[in-house]
Design a binder for this molecule. Structure first.
Ligand SMILES: [Zn+2]
Ligand SMILES: [Zn+2]
Length: 111
């Protein structure tokens, strides 16, 4: 009788561990999702260079935060690895490109 009870407790233990693991996985997935978001920006800067595609203003490592990635089709989830949907625009040209307050939303998401 005692042994049976012990066995039952043993069986529940792995289940608890699995639950803990899934929380860790969830957190890890969140972190990875955040990294992926920043990644396309880095990739676009690498592919197209630190230069605004519109006004040709050049940036260096220090003020690269003024250079933003514009999605040509307006879909921020469309991130082809060859950079064909990206355009590096300075914040001024990017603002001009959207012109209707979309940029405010875009920039707040970036941060
Ligand atoms: Zn510009
Ligand atoms: Zn844009």
């Amino acid at each position: 009788m005692k042994k049976r009870g012990y066995t039952l407790i043993k069986k529940t233990k792995p289940k608890m561990k699995e639950a803990e693991k899934s929380v860790d996985d969830f957190v890890r997935e969140l972190k990875e999702a955040n990294t992926a978001k920043n990644d396309y920006r880095e990739q676009s800067l690498r592919i197209h260079g630190l230069i605004c595609a519109k006004c040709a203003r050049e940036f260096d490592y220090k003020d690269r935060h003024l250079l933003t990635v514009h999605h040509k089709d307006g879909n921020h989830k469309n991130n082809p690895q060859d950079g064909s949907n990206w355009e590096n625009l300075c914040v001024y040209c990017h603002d001009d490109e959207h012109s209707r307050g979309l940029l405010g939303d875009y920039l707040s998401k970036e941060k």
